[in-house]
Design a protein around this ligand. Structure first.
Ligand code: ME8
Length: 650
């Protein structure tokens, strides 16, 4: 029988900054869903990637003094970049798309042209405000106090040629789709879309820009680049081979089963995206699910607010699986949730260390202690004492599946943990350590009890695998690599009666809350400071201006602190002219005068002399200055002593 297909996507991320725990949340949820579907036997396609065009990236690259491509390459492929993070988090995506991939760029050009040829994209005028000195277009809402948000100067009314997509034409069809199908979930988001965006009147959408160049060029009209959301949304199809030859899975996987997206981009996915697909007569995705945000102190995490949580830091400190588990166990997927370090540690301690960890370690320890690890053949369970546990375990898969199919990870996990808690209670009720005192008399019952516990643990292990793949592998190793199939999770008794178990490492050690919180606070405060802050590059100067600066090699003949000055050192320098040169430099907090004697430094020697503390300074010594974790660092530029005084630097 052909496997059922399941195509799931995450939003593609803006590599304008490193990703934070909020981004990790959605990708981990998508991964758990993809793994769950694979477990149930589906043929899964899981897509993630990066959305790399647009003004913001162009500006950031400029600020960093690199090309936009170099900039995004650094964040996507560089150390601790997007790919590294997904690898660390054990994300099992089948494909990764970058919107700068050549096949995607040319596909977007074809898509734009197809909508243009159909008459759904037309050329019009974009009316806005223009800042002449910055050569920038702004919309009314982008202005700051009515002025240019970049330079603060007056703006003027202006018009720009631009292409528009006939979004208004599809308003009714999109409204029907939202209201009369389960295309968009949770349902609360439907009312928001219809009432806030469609009913007030959907205007045609401006889908090209000429004010910046970092985007997919409109190939039939030079100077225009395609609006970043067209470029971004179609990734879900180009990654399968739509309008390109790089992939060939469109028929197999399109339409997508579900797009997981954050709530602020539901509008793009549930209004603009279906309208564009309708324009091209393409099948619509089956579902868009808008998840909530992880909040910090009640607000959205954002790099600009400086309140982001670094997933690397948490995963390295507490373990990848513990972090994955926490994200999905704690927050209902459709609503916002408040992240805190304390909640994270408590969840690990209560659910993983206490409940699951204890169940596994107590059970395997007793099997080893009383039976050397291999259970003897025992008769079937005792209905009166074991029936409740077995019934709960046998029905778990059904309850879990019902929640997973609704993307209710938190509820699915709650079902598993109800059983784990019941099993721990069963240990207390059956008191195996009492049975173990007289194996000759109670061996059969003891074996039965341990079997029930191991079988319960196994079933939970299967269902926890999508959430904590690596830890469950270790759990199964302790349970003698027993059956882990989806089918077996609903078949009590799949574990061999004479299973051999081993007592392995403690999968989830308990964390000392106060100690870990203090350590985390320190680490997070450190991480909040960029390690090295770089000054932005300055405006270009022409070569003639640059070459007027006279940089020379100088040797330190004498160096003294300047009396009454906290900062100044007075240098007597050999500049190769035969006459000593005096330069004052405010660097006494970085160097002791005596350590600089005889050093070969660089000075600019054609600055007009300046008086400081009554002394004349004829030039300036060059040093490298940077900020490190909020503190200024300075290093004098020192050259090889073999270079003679007076040598010119170009
Ligand atoms: O929106 N909690 O990219 P993006 C939960 N490129 N989710 C969060 C979050 C938080 N604190 N912060 C961000 C884009 N996210 C577009 C997508 S798709 C065709 C193009 C989620 O990197 C956010 O809601 O700004 C969004 O779904 C995703 O991270 C990517 O955000």
């Amino acid at each position: 029988m052909e496997k059922q297909k399941f195509y799931i996507t995450t939003p593609i991320y803006y590599p304008s900054d490193k990703l934070h725990i909020g981004h990790t949340y959605c990708t981990v949820a998508t991964d758990a869903m993809a793994r769950y579907k694979r477990l149930t036997g589906c043929d899964v396609m899981f897509l993630t990637g990066t959305d790399e065009h647009g003004q913001k990236i162009q500006d950031k690259a400029k600020e960093a003094g690199v090309t936009p491509q170099q900039f995004v390459d650094g964040i996507v492929d560089g150390p601790r970049g997007v790919r590294d993070l997904w690898q660390l988090m054990n994300i099992s995506n089948d494909r990764f798309i970058r919107t700068t991939d050549g096949y995607h760029v040319s596909a977007i050009q074809k898509i734009f042209k197809a909508m243009y040829d159909k008459g759904d994209i037309y050329k019009g005028k974009y009316v806005g405000k223009y800042c002449k000195p910055c050569e920038s277009f702004w919309t009314e809402s982008q202005l700051k106090d009515g002025k240019c948000p970049d330079c603060g100067r007056e703006v003027q009314d202006a018009q720009e040629e631009a292409y528009f997509f006939r979004l208004s034409k599809y308003a009714q069809r999109v409204q029907d789709l939202l209201e009369n199908t389960d295309f968009l979930e949770p349902r609360s988001r439907v009312h928001e879309m219809v009432n806030n965006f469609i009913k007030p009147g959907l205007e045609d959408l401006c889908v090209s820009r000429t004010s910046f160049s970092w985007g997919v060029p409109v190939d039939f009209d030079e100077g225009h680049v395609v609006y970043v959301w067209i470029d971004a949304l179609f990734n879900y199809m180009t990654a399968l081979g739509y309008q390109n030859e790089a992939h060939d899975d469109l028929e197999r996987y399109w339409p997508a089963d579900v797009h997981f997206v954050g709530k602020e981009i539901v509008r793009f996915h549930s209004i603009i995206w279906p309208a564009m697909l309708m324009s091209l007569d393409l099948p619509l995705p089956k579902k868009v699910y808008g998840h909530g945000w992880l909040l910090l102190d009640g607000g959205k995490m954002s790099k600009s607010k400086g309140n982001v949580v670094d997933p690397y830091l948490l995963a390295e400190k507490f373990g990848v699986d513990a972090l994955r588990f926490f994200l999905l166990r704690t927050f209902p997927f459709g609503s916002d949730g408040n992240f805190s370090n304390e909640l994270l540690i408590q969840t690990i301690n209560v659910d993983l260390a206490n409940d699951l960890g204890n169940l596994l370690s107590r059970t395997t320890a007793m099997a080893v202690k009383y039976f050397g690890g291999t259970l003897p053949e025992a008769k079937l369970a005792d209905e009166a004492q074991d029936g409740e546990l077995i019934a709960l375990a046998s029905g778990l898969r059904g309850r879990y599946e019902a929640q997973m199919e609704k993307f209710q990870f938190q509820n699915a996990l709650a079902e598993v943990f109800k059983l784990i808690q019941r099993a721990n209670k069963y240990i207390d009720e059956t008191a195996p350590w009492v049975l173990g005192k007289d194996i000759a008399a109670n061996g059969a019952r003891l074996s039965q009890v341990l079997y029930n516990l191991l079988e319960t643990t196994r079933i939970c292990g299967v269902l926890l695998t999508p959430f904590m793949p690596e830890s469950m592998e270790k759990l199964f190793a302790q349970l003698g690599s027993c059956c882990q199939s989806w089918e077996s999770a609903a078949a009590w008794g799949s574990l061999s009666q004479t299973v051999t178990v081993t007592k392995g490492e403690n999968l989830f050690p308990r964390i000392d809350l106060d100690k870990a919180l203090a350590e985390l606070e320190e680490l997070q405060a450190d991480a909040a400071q960029p390690a090295v802050e770089r000054e932005p590059f300055m405006e270009d100067v022409d070569f003639e201006t640059f070459s007027k600066s006279d940089f020379r090699v100088v040797k330190v003949k004498d160096c003294q602190p300047v009396k009454k000055s906290k900062k100044l050192l007075r240098f007597t320098l050999d500049d190769g002219s035969g006459t000593d040169r005096q330069i004052l430099s405010g660097i006494s907090m970085y160097y002791q005068p005596e350590e600089l004697l005889g050093k070969t430094l660089v000075a600019i020697v054609n600055l007009p002399p300046r008086k400081m503390m009554g002394l004349e300074s004829c030039g300036m010594l060059l040093s490298a200055v940077h900020q490190e974790r909020g503190e200024e660092r300075l290093n004098l530029l020192m050259l090889d002593d073999s270079i003679p005084a007076g040598a010119k630097l170009y």
